[in-house]
Design a protein around this ligand. Structure first.
Ligand code: PEP
Length: 259
């Protein structure tokens, strides 16, 4: 576990225009610099809306703010007649290092299929972006006891045909849909059960070395009060935070989970 740097990720969703986004990042930089935060021990990444990325780039470069940033989605294509889509190539050129793929809101609101998500993962790797692939079951699968099968099927379908080298750099976020934005949190042992099952599946699909490299996050109503207990679990390497990432003090306290 300790070879994998913990990753604390903030998904802003469709909140914060570019002016609000800059203010939030400045406050975050100020708060974290105040706490003698050791950025070599914990990696922080934010996912602002597309329209904030250019100002994020300017701020991060100018302020030496040690926060990585990424986009919330990307097109499976790199350029061309795809009105309204955003190319991974453009994101990469804007200094993005990460990109979310298959967030449950994309899967449900936009009907994104595993086949499409597989092409999006390929586009991310092609453009040197680290994808954070989101997987997880809905309430009905959890209640029926099918959460592991459902989530592993997403993992297998989304990764179909990807190379061991590609998958080694991947981040997978386990986000049970019933826990997103609901205040309902999966217990640390539920997060561990799923993350260890995903890691075992990666070892089966690839090998132990690949499985040991992939960082597995938990997401779903993470707050400062519950982050440390979830992050203590052996196979949980980070958290993907929605609502609480918009509150600087709360998010900074999640980043400082070890203290
Ligand atoms: C998310 O958007 O990925 C998420 C986990 O949201 P929240 O933390 O608000 O449940």
């Amino acid at each position: 576990k300790f070879d994998r740097t913990p990753l604390i990720a903030g998904n802003w969703k469709m909140n914060m225009d570019h002016v609000q986004g800059i203010t939030l990042l400045q406050k975050l930089a100020w708060t974290l610099s105040d706490a003698k935060h050791d950025f070599s021990r914990v990696e922080v990444v934010v996912f602002p809306p597309f329209t904030d990325l250019r100002s994020t780039q300017t701020l991060v470069q100018g302020d030496k703010l040690k926060v990585a940033y990424g986009a919330q989605d990307l097109s499976p294509e790199d350029s061309g007649a795809f009105t309204g889509d955003i190319s991974g190539q453009f994101l990469s050129r804007l200094g993005c290092s990460y990109v979310l793929v298959g967030h449950s809101e994309r899967r449900s609101v936009h009907g994104e299929s595993d086949e499409l998500l597989n092409s999006k993962l390929r586009a991310a790797f092609r453009n040197n972006l680290v994808p954070v692939l989101c997987v997880g079951e809905g309430l009905s699968e959890r209640q029926a006891g099918n959460h592991l099968l459902h989530t592993l099927e997403q993992v297998r379908n989304d990764l179909a045909g990807l190379s061991a080298e590609e998958v080694s750099s991947l981040v997978i976020a386990y986000e049970p849909v019933w826990a997103i934005g609901t205040g309902e949190v999966a217990g640390p042992e539920d997060a561990q059960e799923m993350c260890s099952t995903i890691r075992a599946e990666l070892a089966d699909l690839y090998d132990d070395a690949v499985a040991a490299k992939v960082r597995l996050l938990y997401g779903g109503s993470v707050k400062a009060a519950n982050a440390a207990s979830i992050l203590k679990e052996r196979d949980v390497d980070g958290v993907l935070v929605g609502g609480a990432s918009l509150d600087v003090a709360e998010f900074a306290n999640i980043v400082r989970f070890e203290q």
